[in-house]
Design a binder for this molecule. Structure first.
Ligand code: AMP
Length: 124
């Protein structure tokens, strides 16, 4: 079930204002509130999809193509296409997904170090 009260849903409905750095028919993009790199942008689809799992199973071909193209356009708009960047989609508990609306992180502006860190902290 899609939770309409998540913060990204509120950005899309206009209930909570957000400074969009990109918008088209399928997606919007905005800066992450807690940046983990000099450039850290989130791109979200306009449709109500909780996660990559949900989106990849249920979105139309047009929505999938539109979303992927939007990510590319934002990356070029940010002039990351020559220097390079990293895309990240966290999915579910092990992925560390916090906001239950699909979002793709775009990181750039510096060398990004290790790709994945496994959390070895003992479970309490
Ligand atoms: P994830 O762990 O992949 O679900 O990432 C959620 C991301 O959303 C985190 O990087 C947060 O910093 C970011 N975030 C949460 N609330 C906001 C907000 N109000 N505006 C922008 N980014 C946010």
């Amino acid at each position: 079930m899609y939770d309409k009260s998540n913060i990204f849903a509120k950005f899309l409905s206009g209930e909570v204002p957000v400074k969009k750095i990109y918008e088209d028919e399928y997606a919007i993009a905005f800066n992450d509130i807690n940046p983990q790199a000099p450039v850290h942008v989130l791109v979200i689809p306009k449709g109500e999809y909780t996660s990559f799992e949900d989106f990849s199973a249920k979105a139309s071909d047009a929505e999938i193509a539109g979303y992927v193209r939007a990510i590319g356009k934002v990356s070029r708009q940010l002039e990351l296409d020559k220097s390079g960047y990293r895309l990240l989609v966290n999915m579910g508990a092990n992925g560390g997904q916090e906001v239950p609306h699909l979002h793709t992180h775009i990181f750039g502006g510096a060398k990004l170090g290790r790709m994945v860190t496994v959390d070895n902290t003992p479970k309490s």
